[in-house]
Design a protein around this ligand. Structure first.
Ligand code: CP
Length: 304
């Protein structure tokens, strides 16, 4: 079994991993060495803070070993990915990969002898959404019929949120005036059209009035944010997306908790005041990557 987009996981599996993640967080002493002598390869083609830290620390705390492989400093950069992973998966028990394209994530999974975890590609970010669902369940005690507003660009995080919400019975309202073209997935767009749990709204201020949680993400993917060649597109997005910013005015009258998967671009998708507000769960949410990643690794290695 792999974790690639969330399409391949059903609602019961998602819920069991979330329950386990919450249990692990509250009973860390019981989880010192279940993965003793196990190795996790972490392959990165893009930058990361949380994904790297949570998997590496998580594996260490579970008694195993995590191995960081930078794509450009390894022979993944010059050889056929299929051959490299056939070698790699004969030496490790689990692979987590943050690659530029889902096509390469699939190649990796299809030629690996061991489970592969998608650590975020251009189309999906399943590890993030499992963490976010965990954070929501921690706060509310449930997922069913919880109302979440996702405001921002329809991107990889949004795709995985739609897939997760539809499977666990959470109501998701999208305030997404723009779609990041590389993230377009027709199957996910069909879910948006057909699922009674997924809706779209134009006005953030209106949408947040009924929300239990409001969630945002960067308007520009990490690999483009500081790229001068992307400056014109970045400005177009800023102009279009500014009404979707989480700020005091848009949140007036709302009781919603505030979520952001990080890294944060202050003054773009969210203001400093909202990052620091009493309703912000952002740092609890980012801490939960650790607990959720532990549950994912234990599940994929058949420990529950
Ligand atoms: N949210 C997230 O995936 O963070 P990093 O990009 O820092 O790993």
């Amino acid at each position: 079994m792999h974790l690639l987009s969330l399409k391949e996981w059903d609602g019961d599996l998602i819920k069991s991993v979330i329950d386990k993640a919450i249990y692990i967080k509250n009973h860390q002493d019981e989880f010192h060495d279940p993965l003793k002598f196990k190795s996790l390869a972490m392959l990165f083609q893009k930058t990361s803070t949380r994904t790297r830290v949570s998997f590496e620390v998580g594996m260490t705390q579970l008694g195993g070993h995590a191995l960081y492989i930078d794509w450009k400093d390894s022979n993944f950069t010059l050889a056929d990915i299929r051959d490299e992973v056939r070698y790699l998966s004969r030496n490790v028990d689990l692979i987590m990969a943050r690659l530029l394209t889902y096509k390469d994530v699939l190649l990796l999974a299809n030629h690996s002898k061991v489970p592969v975890i998608n650590g975020c590609c251009e189309t999906y970010h399943p590890c993030q959404i499992l963490t976010d669902l965990m954070t929501i369940q921690e706060k509310t005690g449930r997922l069913e019929d919880v109302n979440v507003v996702y405001t921002g660009v329809h991107n990889n995080v949004c795709n995985s949120f739609i897939l997760g919400a539809d499977k666990v019975g959470l109501n998701l309202t999208l305030v997404t005036p723009d779609v990041h073209t590389p993230a377009v997935d027709e199957e996910v767009m069909e879910i948006v059209k057909e699922s009674p749990r997924i809706s779209k709204k134009d006005n953030l201020k209106e949408a947040v009035q009924e929300a239990d949680f409001v969630y945002t993400d960067s308007w520009v993917d990490m690999e483009y944010f500081l790229d001068p060649a992307y400056e014109k597109e970045k400005q177009r997005r800023v102009d279009l997306m500014t009404p979707c910013q989480i700020n005091k005015e848009n949140m007036e009258g709302s009781h919603a908790f505030i979520m952001h998967d990080m890294p944060i671009h202050e003054g773009y998708e969210i203001t400093r005041e909202m990052i620091e507000s009493d309703k912000s769960l952002i740092f609890e949410q980012s801490e939960n990557r650790l607990h959720a990643q532990k549950a994912v690794m234990l599940k994929l290695l058949n420990y529950f």
